[in-house]
Ligand binder design. Structure first.
Ligand code: ADP
Length: 326
């Protein structure tokens, strides 16, 4: 069983796509997969309720357009399966505060928004643990920023199993070949909240505007200076989007100053857009199929809930309240 989630907190960017979605798509052929639009997680930062419905709709469109197939996998909205928060509460009762306070995301986000540090943000990893183990998932395709959270999930699982008896498997992160894409600044992780992204639905012109000024190897000051592709974010993107021949050409050209950064970026633009164009066509088509998207999420809710209820029955039994739940 596979579980992964993406927050409906804005358009998907190529970091989400390369770091998590490509693996999520590939795993569908091998495993039964449940993919969540995790709206409760998106509520751990300040949000506008007027935008929530549309954000969830776009996340569903993006998932399907990129290749999540609702015939093969379950695509569901987290808040429609109430077992996620029920299990999260039980996990809350066994998760020490000290474990949650060392999570890097909490520290980063509270620094970003010092006036908006509340329980939901602090407790996010316990809900994430519930999301995953509710379906007894073994495999969780994510980018490398989620590894610390997943390690915490494993610790929570070990504690639950030791307190109440073997119940949940310890899930493992499945990282993509490229598990972290930096933003256009070349320093921070590409992230919706930092706005340093290339989005999946941008036109070729819009992408070029961003790529042409994106940071490369900062030691390469002039066109004739040789560069180091190993420390260049554009080269990392090449590894995600370009074929081997172009990757080798750009690496060699950069090291020997045979090509400039702009030449290298132009090749990347063509390759990236070749992959994004069919996704964008599908996005346009799906945005007009409102009924279909809602139906996919209703069906996902039904299928996810069946599994979730079974797990919760087992949990109630393990914690001694099952006779009141029959
Ligand atoms: P964001 O960090 O942009 O808010 P999410 O938290 O919704 O995105 O992350 C969804 C998935 O995308 C997670 O598995 C996460 O690890 C992955 N991801 C997000 N940003 C990146 C990135 N820059 N590089 C690689 N993977 C990423």
């Amino acid at each position: 069983m596979v579980f992964s989630g993406i927050q409906p907190s804005g358009r998907l960017h190529i970091g989400n796509y390369v770091g998590a979605m490509k693996n999520m798509i590939a795993l569908q052929d091998e495993y039964f997969c449940i993919y969540g639009i995790v709206d409760y997680h998106a509520m751990t930062v300040r949000f506008d309720p007027k935008e929530m419905e549309m954000s969830i709709f776009s996340a569903a469109v993006d998932y399907i357009a990129a290749g999540i197939d609702p015939e093969k996998s379950v695509l569901m909205l987290q808040s429609t399966v109430s077992e996620h928060t029920e299990l999260a509460w039980i996990l809350n009762t066994i998760t020490p505060i000290s474990w949650l306070s060392r999570v890097p995301t909490f520290k980063e986000k509270s620094k970003e928004n010092p006036d908006y540090v509340h329980m939901g943000l602090f407790d996010y990893p316990a809900l994430m643990a519930a999301d995953i183990i509710l379906y007894k998932a073994h495999v969780v395709p994510v980018g490398d920023d989620q590894v610390a959270h997943l390690e915490l999930t494993r610790e929570i699982v070990r504690r639950f199993n030791s307190y109440f008896g073997q119940t949940f498997p310890e899930p493992e992160a499945k990282l993509g070949e490229i598990s972290r894409i930096l933003g256009l600044d070349g320093v921070n992780k590409m992230s919706k909240s930092l706005g340093n992204c290339i989005y999946l639905d941008e036109t070729k012109e819009e992408i070029w505007k961003k790529l042409s000024t994106a940071v490369t190897d900062t030691n390469r000051k002039k066109r004739n200076d040789p560069g180091n592709p190993d420390i260049c974010n554009i080269f990392t993107m090449h590894k995600a989007f370009s074929k081997q021949e172009d990757i080798e050409h750009c690496a060699h050209g950069c090291r020997t100053a045979g090509i400039g950064c702009l030449d290298c970026k132009k090749i990347l633009l063509d390759n990236m857009y070749k992959e994004l164009e069919p996704i964008q066509n599908k996005q346009k088509e799906l945005r007009n199929k409102k009924d279909y998207i809602y139906e996919v999420l209703r069906d996902g809710k039904k299928r996810a809930k069946q599994i979730a209820q079974k797990t919760m029955d087992e949990v109630y039994e393990k914690i001694g309240i099952d006779s009141y739940h029959k």
